[in-house]
Design a protein around this ligand. Structure first.
Ligand code: FA5
Ligand code: MG
Length: 372
């Protein structure tokens, strides 16, 4: 009984956010309370959570190759570590407060585990993994969530092995996919761009009829190594999206489920093993549209954040359904559709109407748009 209570309380409400050091009402802070309070939850370190089970399974793959895991590094990092050391230019969109949670002008909630590459490379490590929670203001749908988890991997090679790097990188990640999923998945490599790797790739897996991007990787850019005092060396790095891999592995259809408190979810993973998730029921979605004229700067992530703030995990998806420029005034109008759906219960019409009304008021007050 006591044990059970302790377990619940760690699962539910533990927050290690240092409110004293970083007050949320400080001038440059755009972190809402519902995000701050989940800092320190560490889903990836809970042995009976799908993310914990997955993390263990990934470790089984890398540890025999001599990789050391860091999974307790603070998600509060400097902009220097999150961006500059990785050659992310000062005008790159990912730095904008519309995309990143800032605690103050030079401190952010890390947007990726790559934020730790520099410090660990500096200590002379040659094979390491970093797992942790990362934070982004992003779209709302079943595979995007403002807090998610990544596992970074870095391997540095001896000078005479350098021609192996790219092929070993791809082969290892394909073997990892096989270790996790067996032969039964369809995957493809996509060429992409990251400022901190060259060349760069993403791996996509076919999941429920759609390509799901599960990781980014590449050969570490020489300047990243040079900045960390490792100028003569070369290596590879990758960043796994743990929720996305877990969705495929456990057949979890919606990313919000990782945060549910519903026992019908958690008891399915009590064994700590890989099991196929059995949806306990599917409740109907409820759609509401909101249209407004844009005034000055508008970013859809600001709307997304309001909807998340008001509706929490009751929001399933937000998307643009109409984009219109008035021929006379030249003003732009957007219409967004919001899908509300609970993972755990039926919602009443009144409940949704109330939420939508709060969203409408907040959009006017906070974003200065004009409702149509
Ligand atoms: C990165 O974050 C790079 N740091 C990855 C990397 C590391 C590249 C090392 C090269 C070397 P990206 O933004 O694509 O890349 O995110 C990596 C993965 O995180 C994605 O493939 C996806 O699986 C997952 N991901 C990204 N955004 C979200 C989100 N909002 N919700 C859930 N998972 C996400
Ligand atoms: Mg990507």
């Amino acid at each position: 009984m006591i044990l059970r209570r302790v377990w619940r309380c760690t699962r539910r409400s533990f927050s290690s956010f240092p409110y004293n050091r970083y007050p949320l009402d400080a001038p440059n802070c755009n972190v809402p309370r519902n995000i701050a309070k989940r800092v320190g939850t560490n889903l990836h370190r809970q042995p009976q959570h799908p993310l914990g089970i997955l993390q263990r399974r990934i470790l089984e793959f890398w540890q025999p190759h001599g990789f050391q895991l860091y999974d307790q590094l603070s998600p509060i990092v400097s902009t220097t570590h999150n961006f500059d050391h990785l050659r992310i230019p000062s005008d790159h969109v990912s730095r904008s407060p519309s995309d990143t949670y800032y605690l103050n002008a030079t401190t952010v909630l890390r947007t990726h585990t790559s934020a730790h590459q520099h410090e660990l490379l500096k200590t002379g490590q040659n094979r390491f993994l970093v797992a942790g929670d990362v934070y982004r203001r992003d779209e709302i749908d079943r595979s995007h969530y403002p807090i998610f988890h990544q596992m970074e991997g870095v391997k540095i090679f001896a000078p005479h092995e350098q021609n192996l790097i790219q092929s070993e990188l791809k082969e290892s990640l394909e073997q990892l996919a096989e270790h996790l999923f067996g032969q039964h998945i369809t995957k493809r490599w996509i060429d992409t761009y990251f400022p901190f790797t060259e060349p760069s790739f993403e791996l996509e897996i076919l999941f429920e009829g759609e390509w799901l991007e599960v990781l980014g990787c590449g050969v570490i850019h020489p300047e990243v190594l040079a900045k960390a005092g490792r100028g003569e060396q070369m290596g590879y790095a990758f960043g796994l999206g743990l929720e996305r891999l877990a969705m495929v592995l456990f057949q979890i259809p919606d990313i919000r489920l990782f945060w549910t408190h519903d026992e019908r979810f958690h008891r399915q993973f009590a064994s700590g093993e890989i099991v196929r998730f059995e949806p306990y029921s599917k409740f109907p979605p409820c759609f509401k549209d909101i249209s407004f004229w844009l005034e000055s700067a508008f970013h859809v992530n600001d709307l997304n954040e309001i909807v998340r703030d008001v509706a929490g995990d009751l929001v399933e998806r937000v998307w643009l359904i109409d984009d219109f420029v008035h021929p006379k005034t030249g003003k732009t109008s957007h219409c967004y559709r919001i899908a509300y759906r609970s993972m755990d219960r039926s919602l009443t019409n009144e409940e949704i109407d109330d939420l939508q009304e709060v969203v409408r008021n907040r959009v006017v007050n906070d974003l200065g748009v004009i409702l149509r």
